[in-house]
Design a protein. Structure first.
Length: 66
């Protein structure tokens, strides 16, 4: 998450200086892309698992006249 934090910090800094453009090195951009992709994949997997309904089995044992 370091790349996301750095990006947020850069945006905050640029906003404080009334800047209009943000420029980041390609290595940092790749790291940001990778972290965002991982977050999206994790979120998608969580949503997919949440939507799956596990079957419910009911077992009834009757001893009769035991």
């Amino acid at each position: 998450m370091i790349h996301i934090k750095r990006f947020v910090d850069k945006i905050t800094l640029i906003e404080g200086k009334q800047g209009r453009d943000v420029v980041i090195p390609i290595g940092e951009a790749r790291g940001l892309r990778d972290e965002l992709t991982k977050l999206l994949v994790d979120n998608y997997e969580l949503l997919e698992n949440k939507n799956k309904v596990e079957p419910v089995f009911q077992v009834e044992m009757n001893g009769g006249r035991f």
